[in-house]
Unconditional design. Structure first.
Length: 93
């Protein structure tokens, strides 16, 4: 499943999380797997607490980090696709 800038994403509420130092450690009880996020991944995770449109995420990232919109889109879309594939985030309506 591929997402685009008009897609809306949010965290999977079934994922257990903890903050350790400056990383977010997550566990999927369903899959029995651990995941970790650091850096900008933690920022994206915080922004996706409630459903958010991908283009809004990209805009917020560009405002908070020194990155141009094209590079941000090129990095953010695959990251979100991976998060959705791993069951950590969901597509919403």
């Amino acid at each position: 499943m591929s997402i685009d800038l008009d897609s809306r994403v949010c965290r999977n509420p079934d994922i257990l999380t903890a903050v350790i130092d400056e990383e977010i450690v997550m566990m999927s009880a369903k899959q029995g797997q651990y995941f970790g996020l650091s850096g900008i991944g933690t920022y994206i995770w915080s922004l996706a607490e409630d459903p958010v449109q991908v283009k809004e995420l990209v805009e917020m990232i560009c405002q908070s980090y020194d990155i141009d919109a094209e590079t941000c889109r090129a990095d953010t879309l695959p990251f979100l696709n991976n998060m959705i594939s791993a069951g950590l985030m969901n597509l919403t309506d």
